[in-house]
Design a protein around this ligand. Structure first.
Ligand code: WT7
Length: 632
C-alpha cells in the first residue's frame, strides 16, 4: 500500500514503521506515484563509509515532466506559479501549468541554442521573478545543472561560486526591486565575470528597465531570444542519479560547499514531504516566503509544490514594503492556505505589533510553517495567536541544505505539536543522539549530537569537486552515520527539540549550556527584540557568557541588565547568567537571516583582527559598531 498521503496519526505510525523495517519497499511504493521513462532496478545502494548513496538506480525520468507535463491534462488552466511583485500596484501574475510548460520549453530552447547541453553548469543570479523559477526548470528540462546564487550575494561571492563549478552561462537581470530600492544585478555580474573567463554567455532579463551595458558577443537580452524560441522542447531523459543542481552553503571554513543533489531521490522526497507537511489539497494556495536562492525555495517553492500540481506563490518583495502589513495583505488577497516562513521574519513582524495582522482577513490560513533556526517560544506564540488565531497548526520543520527536504517536523493536525519542538522524524528518517564518547544514547530522554543513521532519498550525494570534504564533514565524526552539526534533546515521549549548532554549545564551569534556551529566556523580556549569546574565555569558569541584545526601544541600562539576568536565572538557572551584556543596534546576519555567532564569538573574545570574510553578511555595517562598543 502506498503511504503517499498521510492523513492520520495511525497512518503516520504505520508509514514510519514500514519505512524503517522495509525501506526499499516503502520508498518504491512512494515512487510509484511519479512518471518514469523506465523504473529502477534497485531502490537503494549505499555505503556511508565512502560515502556512496544511490537511490532508484537504473530509473530514467525527467523531473520537469513530473512537475509540469503530467499535470497538463487535468490542470492545464490551474495556476502553477502565482507571482506577487515587489510593488503591489503592479498586480499579481497567474502562470498556469500550460503557460509554465510553454515558457519553460522556450527558455530551454534558448539555452540549447546557446550550446548548453546535459551536464553543463548554468548559474542563475536573478531576483524573485518568474524567470528564475522558469530558468531552474528549463535547466532541468535539458539536463543542465543549475546553480542558483542568491541575488543578494556580492560579486566576489558570485565569482567564487561560478568558478567552483565552472559555469559557462549566467542568467541575470538588468536589476532587482527590493522594497523601495533597486539593485544593479548586471553590474555585479560584470564585476564578478572579470575573474571568470569560462563564462561565454550572459542572458539578461528585463525587470527594472535600467540603462545597462551589454558586452558584444557575450551579453544578450533574454526576451527577443525567448520570442523566437519554440514552445516545445523534448525533455532530456535523465538517469536517477544524474545531478539536478548544485547549491552552495557555508561551512566552518571560508570556502562555500557546493552541495550536489541528484534527480530521482530529490524529486520523490521533496514532493512527498511537501504533500504531507503542508497537507496540500487540490484547491489550496500555498506560499513559502523564502528566496529560490536557498534550498527552501528549491524544494518548497519550485519542485515539491509543482510535483504535486500545487499553486505556489512567488513573492518578489520584502515584508516591510510598502508597509509591515505586506505579508498579511498577500495572504488576504490570494486567500493563502499554507504559509511557510522563518523565525527571523516572525520576530521582525512581531516587533511591529499586532495592529498589522489585525487589519487583514487571515481566515484562509490552515497551516503555518517555520524553518531556518530554532524558534523561540515568544515568537512561536505570537505566530500562533496573531497569525493563526489559535486555529492553525504550526509545523516547525528542521532540515538543512544538505538534506534536500524536511527531516523532522510535526504533521499539521495529525501529530503533536509543542512550541520549540520540531517533534518527529518524517517516514524514512532515523535520527539518533550521540554522547561525548561517540556512542549512541539509547535512553529515550536524552540530549546529544544529532545524527541520522540511514539514508533518505534526497540526501546530498557529494560536495562538487571535493568528495573528501563531503566525507570529512558529514561522515567522519561518527562511524556509519550522517552528522548534522546540530545538537538536540529528546523528551520522554521521544519528541525532538533542536537546540542549535553544536558549536553554539558553551561549557560554563563544566555545565553544558545551549545558546538557544538562554536567548529564549532573554527574548521574553518585553523590551528585548533579539539576542545572541556566545562564549568567551574565563579564568575560573573556562567559558563565560557574553550577550548581544537589541531592544524594542530606548537605551540599555544597568537596571535592564539586571532584569535580563533575573529572567535567565528564573528560566534556566543562575549558572546561565551572562557575565557581559552589550546592547546593540543590530546583530550580524547571513542573507538567510541567521545570526552569525562566529563573528560575535570573535568580538567577545577580542579576536577582531581574524573576523574573516564579512562581505556576504546582510548587514556588515553593524559589525564595526559592535566592535567599537565592545565590553572589555
Ligand atoms: C541549519 C541548516 C533548510 C532550510 C533552511 C536552513 C538550522 C533549520 C531549523 C528548525 C531549529 C533549524 C539548523 C540546521 N535549522 N531549520 N526548524 N529548528 N534549527 O538551511 O542554511 O542549510 O541551515 O539551520 O541548525 O543545521 P541551512
Amino acid at each position: 500500500m502506498s503511504h503517499y498521503h498521510i492523513t492520520s496519526k495511525e497512518q503516520y505510525k504505520q508509514a514510519y514503521q514500514e519505512s524503517v523495517e522495509n525501506p526499499e519497499e516503502f520508498w518504491s511504493s512512494i515512487a510509484e506515484n511519479f512518471q518514469w521513462n523506465k523504473k529502477w532496478d534497485t531502490v537503494l545502494n549505499f555505503d556511508f563509509s565512502k560515502p556512496e548513496i544511490n537511490w532508484f538506480q537504473g530509473a530514467k525520468l525527467n523531473i520537469t515532466e513530473n512537475c509540469i507535463d503530467r499535470h497538463l491534462f487535468e490542470r492545464g488552466n490551474k495556476t502553477a506559479l502565482l507571482f506577487e511583485p515587489n510593488n503591489p500596484s503592479e498586480g499579481a501574475e497567474h502562470i498556469t501549468y500550460q503557460q509554465l510548460h510553454d515558457r519553460v520549453c522556450k527558455m530551454a530552447n534558448v539555452l540549447k541554442n546557446q550550446g548548453i547541453k546535459k551536464g553543463d553548469r548554468v548559474c542563475l543570479y536573478l531576483p524573485m521573478i518568474p524567470e528564475l523559477a522558469i530558468s531552474v526548470l528549463a535547466c532541468a528540462r535539458i539536463g543542465a545543472i543549475h546553480t542558483v546564487v542568491f541575488a543578494g550575494f556580492s560579486a566576489s561571492a558570485l565569482a567564487a561560486r561560478i568558478l567552483d563549478c565552472d559555469c559557462t552561462l549566467v542568467i541575470t537581470s538588468d536589476g532587482a526591486f527590493r522594497g523601495s530600492k533597486t539593485i544593479d544585478l548586471k553590474g555585479i555580474v560584470d564585476k564578478a565575470l572579470k575573474d571568470c573567463p569560462d563564462v561565454k554567455t550572459i542572458l539578461v532579463a528585463k525587470r527594472i528597465y535600467a540603462e545597462i551595458t551589454l558586452t558584444e558577443g557575450r551579453d544578450y537580452w533574454l526576451q527577443p531570444l525567448l520570442d523566437k524560441a519554440e514552445t516545445i522542447c523534448k525533455p532530456e531523459v535523465m538517469d536517477a542519479e544524474d545531478p539536478l543542481f548544485i547549491l552552495y552553503t557555508s561551512g566552518s571554513t571560508g570556502k562555500p560547499k557546493g552541495m550536489v543533489h541528484t534527480t530521482a531521490g530529490y524529486m520523490v522526497y521533496s514532493a512527498f514531504t511537501f504533500k504531507n507537511v503542508f497537507q496540500y489539497e487540490e484547491e489550496d494556495v500555498y506560499w513559502c516566503t523564502a528566496d529560490i536562492g536557498w534550498i527552501t525555495g528549491h524544494s518548497y517553492i519550485v519542485y515539491g509544490p509543482l510535483a504535486n500540481g500545487a499553486t505556489s506563490v512567488m513573492f518578489e518583495g520584502v515584508p516591510s514594503h510598502p508597509d509591515y502589513g505586506r505579508f498579511w495583505d498577500i495572504v488576504e488577497k490570494h486567500k493563502v492556505n499554507q504559509f511557510y516562513t522563518a523565525p527571523t521574519a516572525i520576530r521582525a513582524l512581531a516587533k511591529q505589533g499586532a495592529k498589522w495582522p489585525k487589519s487583514y482577513d487571515l481566515s484562509s490560513l490552515k497551516v503555518l510553517g517555520t524553518v531556518g533556526e530554532p524558534i523561540n517560544e515568544e515568537a512561536w506564540h505570537w505566530y500562533d495567536e496573531q497569525i493563526g488565531k489559535g486555529n492553525c497548526p504550526i509545523v516547525d520543520t528542521w532540515w538543512q541544505t544538505e538534506n534536500g527536504g524536511i527531516l523532522i517536523t510535526s504533521l499539521p493536525g495529525i501529530t503533536r505539536q509543542i512550541p520549540t519542538y520540531a517533534t518527529l522524524p518524517m517516514p524514512g528518517i532515523q535520527p539518533c543522539l550521540m554522547d561525548e564518547k561517540g556512542e549512541e544514547i539509547t535512553t529515550t530522554e536524552a540530549s546529544g549530537k544529532l545524527c541520522i543513521k540511514f539514508p533518505w532519498p534526497s540526501i546530498a550525494r557529494t560536495i562538487w569537486g571535493n568528495h573528501d570534504r563531503y566525507r570529512d564533514t558529514y561522515f567522519s565524526a561518527f562511524k556509519n552515520k550522517y552528522f548534522t552539526g546540530d545538537g538536540a534533546l529528546r523528551n520522554a515521549e521521544g519528541l525532538y527539540r533542536i537546540t542549535g549548532r553544536v558549536d553554539d554549545v558553551i561549557i560554563v564551569s563544566g555545565h553544558n549550556l545551549g545558546t538557544a534556551p538562554i536567548e529564549d529566556a532573554i527574548d521574553e523580556h518585553p523590551n528585548v527584540s533579539e539576542s545572541a549569546i556566545v562564549g568567551f574565555p574565563h579564568d575560573i569558569k573556562g567559558n563565560a557568557l557574553y550577550g548581544f541584545v537589541t531592544l524594542v526601544d530606548g537605551e540599555g541600562s544597568e537596571k535592564l541588565k539586571k532584569e535580563i539576568n533575573n529572567l535567565i536565572s528564573e528560566k534556566i538557572g543562575p549558572i546561565a547568567k551572562l557575565d557581559k551584556i552589550q546592547f546593540t543596534e543590530g546583530l550580524p546576519k547571513t542573507r538567510s537571516g541567521k545570526i552569525m555567532r562566529r563573528i560575535l564569538r570573535k568580538i567577545a573574545s577580542n579576536e577582531t583582527d581574524s573576523l574573516g570574510d564579512i562581505s556576504t553578511l546582510l548587514n556588515p555595517e553593524v559589525v564595526e559598531n559592535i566592535i567599537k562598543e565592545r565590553l572589555s
